[in-house]
Design a protein around this ligand. Structure first.
Ligand code: KG4
Ligand code: ZN
Length: 365
């Protein structure tokens, strides 16, 4: 008997300042293939304001989403009738942008009578390694993006336990604010990483937040303050000062996050059982940072964990991760009725105690 045809899903992402659409295929064995992946960043619209302006973001999504979807379909050489489902980020994020994506997906799904899949943006990041390398839960997840910093036990699609969270700023936000303070161009994370390449830590010692604390929580607001005070004291800053400060910041961040992840390993073993395979997944925009991943590789190796990071093109916001989360949900019959409601807040672990900083808007400024 011939193998069943792969399911093919269109994914739409508009939760913050990337307008994105993609088509992925999922075969009967659960393997994924990216058929197209189109992303348009909006930094040019927001740069003058020093951060993402929600109203401008929503308008920019309205202006270009139809074209982005059309490009994704034509790159995949498909018509809407060839799709098995339409997946769309329904939260968390900036509500105006989310509504643009949700309305577009609803129209395509209704006109072509295809199943609709409302995707949690954080779940899309969480499951991306299933698309990029076929890794399935259970695994320990470090989710580091512009609006979120969390450690989660990923039991299965739709089943998450939060083990730790930032108590103030998200890690991506700390990168972006550091870049802004040092006069680097947006987007901040890649700019800080690039500057750090020609810098050396040692001249401007910074604190390593939460280091040694027993719970695997994070905090970056004190570090942000420390870098502001250090930069002010050393002003005017030369290019070498900026590079050295960026290297120092990355060292502090990588050391802090690696220490927090180490504290989460026993909690993951308690959640999955000591015999479960030991996988650490790093996802979200900040997972693109090489210094962070190098530090995490060392702690993972020391604890007998294998580390998994999506390719850079799938770390930041994109439609392929949304399509893939949709494919995984469709395979389990987790289809949503028309009339999806966009949600600014939508924690992955609804039972977790509220922590300031967890489940925040995807504000990258
Ligand atoms: O996941 P993402 O694209 O959007 C949200 O869901 O927030 O993450 C964006 C964040 C931004 O704060 C950006 O500066 C950061 O990821 N980022 C990086 C790097 N690339 C993106 N941070 C550090 N190093 C990078 N190479
Ligand atoms: Zn994201």
């Amino acid at each position: 008997m011939p193998a069943p045809a792969p399911t093919r899903i269109l994914g739409i992402e508009t939760s913050c300042d990337e307008t994105a659409a993609a088509v992925v295929a999922r075969d009967a064995d659960g393997r994924g293939t990216v058929l197209s992946n189109v992303v348009r960043a909006q930094w040019d619209q927001h740069r003058a304001f020093g951060g993402v302006v929600p109203e401008l973001a929503a308008r920019a999504h309205v202006e270009c989403l139809d074209d982005i979807v059309r490009d994704a379909m034509s790159d995949a050489q498909m018509n809407f009738a060839d799709l098995d489902g339409i997946a769309v980020t329904a939260g968390p994020g900036l509500i105006g942008g989310l509504m643009v994506g949700v309305m577009t997906a609803e129209v395509i799904a209704r006109v072509h009578t295809r199943p609709l899949l409302a995707i949690n943006h954080l779940e899309a990041h969480a499951l991306t390694v299933g698309l990029s390398e076929g890794l399935k839960p259970p695994y320990l997840l470090l989710l580091v993006s512009g609006g979120h910093t969390q450690l989660l036990a990923v039991h299965d699609v739709g089943r998450y336990t939060r083990l730790g969270s930032t108590i103030d700023d998200a890690l991506g936000e700390a990168f972006d604010k550091t870049a802004k303070l040092l006069g680097l161009c947006a987007p901040g994370g890649p700019a800080v990483e690039r500057a750090a390449l020609s810098g050396k830590p040692g001249r401007f010692p910074l604190p390593m937040p939460m280091h040694g604390r027993p719970e695997p929580n994070f905090s970056f607001s004190g570090l942000k303050n420390a870098i502001r005070l250090t930069a002010t004291a050393a002003a005017p800053l030369s290019d070498q000062d900026i590079a050295d400060l960026c290297a120092e910041f990355q060292l502090a961040v990588a050391g802090s996050v690696a220490d927090r992840v180490r504290k989460a390993f026993p909690l993951a073993e308690a959640a999955f059982g000591t015999d479960a395979p030991r996988h650490l997944v790093v996802a979200g925009g900040v997972a693109a940072n090489q210094a962070l991943c190098a530090a995490l590789t060392d702690v993972a190796r020391a604890a007998g964990y294998q580390i998994h990071v999506p390719p850079i093109a799938l770390c930041g916001d994109n439609g392929a991760m949304v399509a893939w989360a949709g494919a995984e949900r469709l395979a389990r019959g987790m289809i949503d009725a028309p009339g999806i409601v966009a949600r600014a807040r939508w924690p992955l672990d609804a039972d977790a105690k509220a922590v300031l900083g967890a489940g925040r808007l995807g504000a990258k400024a």
